[in-house]
Write a protein that binds this ligand. Structure first.
Ligand code: TYD
Length: 150
């Protein structure tokens, strides 16, 4: 069901994507990377989830969010993220555990090409809320166009 109503935060900006580099502290014992909410990522971290045991031919994502902001990392292995702000499509390969992809609200994303043993960690600005999802691409596109993104 298409929900044409947009929230205030949706109206404030269209979707944005950017790469985020985290600090690294290396010594002969190995590398250490850390992430602090509101410093390295532009939001309070309210949820962390991770994908693992992902079959190499798996396709994940296939949705956008009304409010949720995320930063996505490949902690191990690699995978591809395809993004779409309703106007421009991009693709990113994540393979470095200190390089994440910030994905704002109103970005359609699809993830595939998972390497064997890949681990995807996601930092999220909100707790899980199914009502925050656009699971239909057509609904997402309609809202994006409504907001002037396409
Ligand atoms: P979904 O976000 O569709 O996964 P992906 O984008 O990786 O393909 O979520 C898959 C299922 O897991 C769905 O039923 C919702 C549930 N889920 C939670 O219960 N809590 C969470 O934090 C997340 C991310 C998903």
């Amino acid at each position: 069901m298409l929900d044409m109503k947009s929230t205030k935060s949706e109206r404030q900006k269209l979707g944005t994507i950017r790469e985020i580099s985290l600090p690294i502290i290396s010594d002969p014992r190995g590398d250490l990377t850390f992430v602090e909410g509101e410093r390295h990522v532009p939001f309070v971290i309210r949820r962390v989830y991770y994908l693992y045991n992902v079959p190499v031919d798996s396709e994940r994502g296939g949705h956008a969010h009304r409010k949720l902001e995320q930063v996505i990392f490949a902690l191990s292995g690699s995978f591809r993220i395809k993004t779409d702000d309703g106007k421009t499509k991009s693709e990113f390969w994540l393979r470095n555990p200190r390089k994440g992809l910030y994905v704002s609200n109103l970005i359609w994303r699809e993830m595939d090409n998972f390497s064997q043993g890949a681990v995807c960690m996601v930092l999220a600005s909100e707790r899980y809320d199914e009502s925050d999802y656009y699971r239909s691409y057509d609904d997402f596109l309609q809202v994006s166009r409504d907001l002037g993104g396409a």
